[in-house]
Design a protein around this ligand. Structure first.
Ligand code: C2E
Ligand code: MG
Ligand code: MG
Ligand code: MG
Length: 280
């Protein structure tokens, strides 16, 4: 009995597997087609100086405009794009699009672009970025590259050379989703980061979660000592923003301050964030 149950289980598992494989193949075909036809949109989420409320930049976040499924968020196709290598042409398109869009923004506004570990392995990436900057006319000082700790686990030497070349060019480097990975703090001293982005999982209820506040405060101290700035991502409430201000965080990004929007919409938004506080 147990044997046949086992066999049944195996069959069900097998069918689930092939259904998953089929869905994956469909998605991969769609993705290839979408890249050829440029069916992607780059949206931009602004970030603001916590002290002054001034907008300092915006992060490029890609979306896929699928003919049937509508707007697909990056978490649903970036992993596949990475596995298949399609992230390379897609990533280059995103870099060009974001630099072109940013040239229309006020000159004190930066654009931040996320790079995946797979793109990081491309020897041509530096030339792509340099050429794109030159063609778009965007100054290197207005470009920031965001990478996660996972990028740094492999090929440390090559990565260091690449990051130093970017840094020499004037491009800023931000360590994204800080606090979620497991790399050691030494990556902060080894690599030429300008900024640490604290992962949104640390936001929560800042005032009640004294442990999160302790962690954020330590990150701020660490960053100051290393000459880096700190951004908090995932800021959704005024209370969180107030807490971050007290903790000395430099920049805030999150739904409270602005959702990711197309460039045309970003350009219409006020460059100063003034929180609407409900009268007590
Ligand atoms: P990320 O770089 O850490 O981006 C932050 C994510 O948090 C974005 O999700 C953003 O929409 C979301 N977010 C912003 N504010 C809030 C908030 O207040 N609350 C909550 N709950 N979420 C907030 P999104 O756009 O779905 O992107 C997810 C991830 O996909 C990004 O994480 C990034 O790792 C990746 N990604 C997005 N665009 C690109 C790209 O162009 N290239 C690469 N390689 N990866 C990208
Ligand atoms: Mg990011
Ligand atoms: Mg992040
Ligand atoms: Mg993230």
């Amino acid at each position: 009995r147990s044997k046949s149950a086992g066999r049944n289980c195996f069959t069900v598992y097998d069918e689930a597997m092939s259904a998953e494989l089929e869905a994956r193949n469909t998605l991969e075909g769609d993705l290839r087609d979408a890249i050829a036809r440029c069916l992607f949109e780059v949206h931009y989420q602004p970030y603001f100086d916590v002290e002054t409320g001034r907008r300092r930049g915006a992060e490029a976040l890609v979306r896929w405009r699928h003919p049937v499924r509508g707007l697909i968020p990056p978490d649903q196709f970036i992993p596949l794009a990475e596995e298949t290598g399609l992230i390379v042409p897609l990533g280059e398109w995103i870099i060009r699009q974001a630099c072109d869009d940013a040239t229309l923004w006020p000159a004190d506004t930066m654009v931040s672009i996320n790079l995946s570990p797979v793109q990081f392995k491309q020897a041509e990436l530096f030339d792509v970025i340099e050429t794109t900057l030159r063609n778009s006319g965007l100054s290197a000082e207005r470009l920031e590259i965001e990478i996660t700790e996972s990028v740094l686990l492999e090929r440390a030497c090559e990565n260091l050379v690449f990051m130093e070349r970017l840094s020499d060019l004037g491009v800023s480097l931000a360590l994204d989703d800080f606090g979620t990975g497991y790399s050691s703090l030494s990556c902060l001293t080894t690599f030429p980061f300008d900024k640490i982005k604290i992962d949104k999982s640390f936001m929560g209820n800042l005032s009640a979660q004294y442990k999160s506040a302790a962690i954020i405060s330590s990150i701020v101290t660490l960053a100051r000592g290393l000459g880096m700035s700190v951004t908090a991502e995932g800021v959704e409430t005024i209370e969180q923003l107030d807490g971050l201000k007290q903790l000395g965080v430099n920049f805030a990004q999150g739904y409270l301050l602005g959702r990711p929007v197309p460039t045309a919409e970003l350009e219409k938004q006020p460059v100063i964030f003034r929180p609407r506080r409900d009268a007590a």
